[in-house]
Write a protein that binds this ligand. Structure first.
Ligand code: ADP
Length: 706
């Protein structure tokens, strides 16, 4: 579909080594010419030198290989630190009984105080040996915080491990905190993300309308073709355009637009190509006649309990050819339709700018400022974006929990995890945000390559990247500081309402996020959005509750799939079989669904029923039992039934005092659903209970202006 010319460029770009999962790059702009050094924003204070106040150049070969790939533990202990550690004797102290609940914060503060009252705490230690291309931004962050970096790893444990790719970059961590969750890379691949979003769309179609309709190839080719045919038969409809994205792709690799199923490239060699084909958004919001998208950084600080932060500053990436709505003629114009930096940087029109509000890559605040000046309701856009982020995270959390318990089984030593994700968001002309994808490994490079002679590259600083990314990494570290772990203040746990518009940095030139001359750190650029905005979103956590059941019945630690016996046990324990639904039918259901799902993930080594298949089975069971309700109500009702069966049977006295307030003890149902009494077992009673729980369809927005 794309012209040879464009393909040539895209293919050049494709020629990178494969192997480990690659980070999403959006920032390899060639930069300014040597006579035009980019150095507008960094005036390092004593507490934090950027090192980039003057342009610096380095050879590419040295940059990543030295520091990023050395084996951990080869060196190199800092004697002071080892003594310190020996002194405390507690560095390997792991979790309390439940996963994710650490004593670390309390322990550390006590250690620092000793018996003679407070004394100066030791610096937080960070293993940066696996940081790869995040290394430069990470080094600056650690320097600004006055923490201690271990660039070659360390035999004794560090407080924090910063991985460049995935949780498994370093397999031997048994304590501390790692900046990756197990399973995140897998969950955020295009197909898995689409599946997770679709499950949520089935349950909550109104709320999850920010994700374009998508089909998974090759398995849904027939449905996709039928859909296009239907559109064509309807003569009044505008011919829709679709975008095809290879499953493991990033940086625009292999992406193309189509209007007819016959244009799909379904096979590579003899292999069916795994891809997502998605409705193309034909009317994006334009600035200077150009399409652009938003890269937003989101921190998942904890999975249990769920804590989400959003960076107030992000990046916007601009196309380099004026936008026109898709037509057969322009479908192959990548510089018009795809906002990827890695593609547009090859266009002759790419504008490198030291300023944050001009050029082909700008800060989010500068774009919001500009839109605000034109009268756009920025507060509303921002709260819609927050809602999109929270709902997207909620879609992937259930399966992440399955991965988590498999990799870090409860009760076994293991690190706690946190992760910065890169959300790619498009604003439609009507200002509605649309989720394009989520990157598990967003580029944290703060410099870009410049080819000064054929094959010879140099790195030059990129002020816009540095401004945004150092802030994100530094403030993530601050939030994860093991000596400062505090629970979220109760006052923050309110039900909604976006605080004030000042939360959005609107004037790009008026503030700097570098430490001041005294080395004082600026206020956090990461803002908690969950559990802060809990009330509107908690009712969406149904799949997470299904995942909790699934995990409970998995049995053997380390498993990710349910065997037939475990499935039967689930049915029996939750009393889901009956005279009209025998255990033989249960077995057939298990075989039927598991077989179908195993075709969708043939490479999976583990046999059995995965979470997605279990969710399908659960939906089926819910539909059978509560026929008169809509899906989300059916599912909520069946969940309440199962959860009630799994609770310890209350004594007579307990029964008397059972009330709705009991729901407060359950984190997920808190504030939303009042669980039915465990003794409510007749279908009619359950239906009545479920109908009380009916969730009103409405637009979810973090900003409920009430
Ligand atoms: P990649 O991981 O390869 O960058 P994306 O899903 O981010 O894949 O898509 C690449 C680019 O294509 C996006 O940055 C955006 O400009 C454009 N794009 C992706 N999906 C859509 C869509 N549904 N509608 C319009 N444009 C899209």
């Amino acid at each position: 579909m794309m012209t040879d010319h464009h393909h040539g460029k895209v293919n050049d770009h494709l020629m990178k080594p494969c192997g480990e999962e690659e980070e999403e790059e959006e920032n390899e702009e060639p930069g300014s010419s040597p006579s035009d050094p980019p150095c507008s924003i960094t005036t390092p204070g004593p507490g934090g030198s950027s090192g980039f106040s003057k342009p610096q150049r380095r050879s590419r070969t040295k940059l990543d290989s030295d520091a990023g790939l050395s084996p951990a533990g080869k060196n190199l202990n800092c004697p002071d630190c080892v003594q310190n550690l020996k002194g405390t004797g507690k560095i390997l102290q792991g979790k309390s009984e439940t996963n994710g609940n650490y004593l670390q914060g309390t322990r550390s503060i006590q250690d620092q105080q000793g018996q003679d009252g407070p004394r100066k705490r030791r610096p937080v230690t960070v293993d940066t040996s696996k940081a790869k291309t995040s290394l430069e931004a990470l080094k600056l962050s650690i320097k600004q915080l006055k923490w201690k970096e271990f660039p070659l790893g360390r035999r004794a444990p560090c407080d924090i491990y910063w991985h460049g790719v995935s949780f498994h970059d370093n397999e031997h961590i048994v304590s501390g905190q790692v900046n990756k969750f197990p399973g995140m890379v897998e969950m955020l691949r295009k197909i898995n993300l689409s599946r997770a979003m679709r499950t949520m769309q089935q349950l909550f179609p109104e709320e999850y309308d920010f994700y374009p309709r998508s089909w998974i190839l090759p398995e849904e080719y027939q449905q996709f073709s039928a859909q296009i045919r239907l559109g064509k038969e309807n003569e009044t409809a505008v011919t829709p355009t679709f975008i095809v994205k290879p499953d493991g792709g990033s940086q625009g690799d292999g992406i193309y637009l189509i209007r007819d199923p016959s244009d799909l490239k379904l096979v590579v060699g003899s292999q069916a190509k795994q891809a997502v084909v998605q409705e193309y958004i034909p009317k994006p919001l334009l600035i200077d006649k150009l399409k652009f998208d938003i890269r937003l950084y989101v921190l998942i600080r904890s999975l249990e309990p769920l804590e989400i932060y959003i960076a107030k500053e992000g990046l916007t990436r601009f196309c380099t050819e004026p936008y026109q709505e898709p037509s057969q003629k322009n479908l192959s114009h990548v510089f018009m339709h795809l906002t990827n930096y890695s593609l547009n940087v090859h266009s002759g029109n790419f504008v490198h700018s030291d300023s944050q509000n001009t050029g082909s890559k700008r800060t989010l605040s500068s774009v919001l400022y500009r839109l605000g000046a034109k009268g756009v309701d920025i507060k509303r856009v921002w709260s819609d974006i927050i809602a999109l982020v929270i709902m997207t995270v909620m879609a992937v959390v259930p399966e992440l929990k399955v991965y988590h318990q498999a990799d870090i089984p409860p009760g076994k030593p293991g690190p706690t995890c946190f992760q910065v994700l890169g959300f790619d968001i498009l604003l439609m002309k009507n200002l509605k945000p649309v989720l394009l994808e989520v990157n598990s490994n967003p580029s944290m490079r703060i410099e870009h390559e410049q080819e000064v002679a054929p094959g010879v590259f140099e790195y030059v600083p990129s002020p816009v990247d540095e401004e945004v990314k150092v802030g994100v990494i530094r403030d993530t570290l601050r939030l994860m500081d093991p000596f400062n772990k505090k629970p979220a203040p109760v006052s923050q746990l309110k039900s909604g309402g976006f605080e004030h518009v000042e939360e959005i940095p609107l004037d790009p030139e008026s503030h700097s996020r570098s430490p001041d001359e005294m080395g004082n750190l600026p206020s956090l650029c990461l803002k908690q959005v969950y559990p802060k905005y809990t009330k509107q979103f908690n009712s969406l956590r149904l799949v997470e509750r299904i995942a909790a059941l699934f995990i409970r019945f998995l049995g053997v630690k380390g498993n990710m799939r349910l065997g037939p016996t475990a499935f039967r046990t689930f049915i029996r324990t939750c009393k889901l079989s009956s005279s009209s639904f025998s255990m033989a039918s249960v077995d057939i259901l298990y075989i039927d669904i598991t077989r179908r799902w195993s075709c969708t993930a043939p490479e999976s080594r583990e046999a059995g029923m995965g979470l997605q298949a279990f969710v399908e089975a659960f939906f089926y069971l819910a539909g059978r039992r509560f026929k008169s309700l809509v899906l989300k109500e059916q599912v909520a009702a069946l969940l309440s039934l199962c959860e009630a069966q799994l609770e310890p049977q209350p004594s007579a006295e307990d029964r008397r005092s059972l009330s709705c307030s009991r729901a407060l003890l359950r984190p997920i149902r808190t504030q939303t659903l009042c669980p039915p009494h465990p003794l409510l077992s007749s279908p009619a009673a359950q239906r009545r209970a479920a109908s009380h729980q009916r969730l009103k369809p409405r637009m979810l927005r973090a900003n409920v202006e009430n």
